[in-house]
Design a protein around this ligand. Structure first.
Ligand code: GLN
Length: 193
């Protein structure tokens, strides 16, 4: 099983390191055709507006839609969550619409633009503590009926899943906590059969 990490901009290298720590192979995905060789894709944090431009420039959108339609899992963190959402606010911008949520960009107030905390996730094996780093993170303002909240922190959902699409508002690659990468790898392994 090979997981691709979208390597257009942002925090892709740390995701590859996190996957290596749990013993999973990964490759950088810089071109749409490189999606054909991977069983799952991580869309890292960065700047969603920049990422959108690059996705458009390289004609990634149809390839990502096809990848998703083929049942291949996608995990978006922070800016990746914004790109995968059905709707984006503040300001409104194009998104792939692969998970039925509304994301509000940069929605944590000034003083709390970046912070580290701990939450408790429910990934189907009882409550699990998870370290979370938020960096100019989006808030999930709305969850559609098909979306399962996996981690609610101070009343707000910060990690969610709809079928093969997983999103987190925080950066699991910035801590030594392997829980979230293990969870995504298990989804990708299952989908790969
Ligand atoms: N604030 C960024 C955006 O709106 C996301 C930040 C991040 O990915 N760490 O795109």
């Amino acid at each position: 099983m090979t997981i691709g990490v979208l390597a257009l901009q942002g925090d892709f290298d740390l995701h590859r390191k996190a996957l290596a720590r749990i013993g999973d192979g990964s490759v950088e995905v810089r071109l749409p055709r490189e999606l054909e060789r991977v069983d799952g894709l991580i869309m890292p944090g960065g700047e969603s507006t920049t990422l959108l431009k690059l996705l458009d420039e390289w004609d990634f959108v149809p390839a990502l839609e096809k990848f998703h339609a083929a049942g291949k899992p996608i995990f978006g963190t922070c800016a990746g969550l914004i790109l995968l959402a059905r709707e984006v606010e503040s300001p409104k911008q194009f998104s792939l619409g692969l998970i039925d949520i509304t994301a509000e960009r940069n929605a944590y107030g000034r003083q709390k633009e970046s912070f580290e905390t701990e939450g408790v996730a429910d990934l189907g094996q009882g409550p699990q503590p998870i370290k979370m780093v938020f960096i100019r993170a989006p808030r999930i303002r709305r969850l559609g009926p098909a979306v399962t909240p996996l981690l609610v922190h101070q009343g707000e959902c910060v990690m969610a899943r709809q079928g093969t699409v997983l999103v987190a508002a925080f950066h699991p690659e910035l801590t030594d906590d392997q829980t979230v990468h293990r969870y995504f790898a298990s989804i990708a392994r299952q989908a790969a059969g």
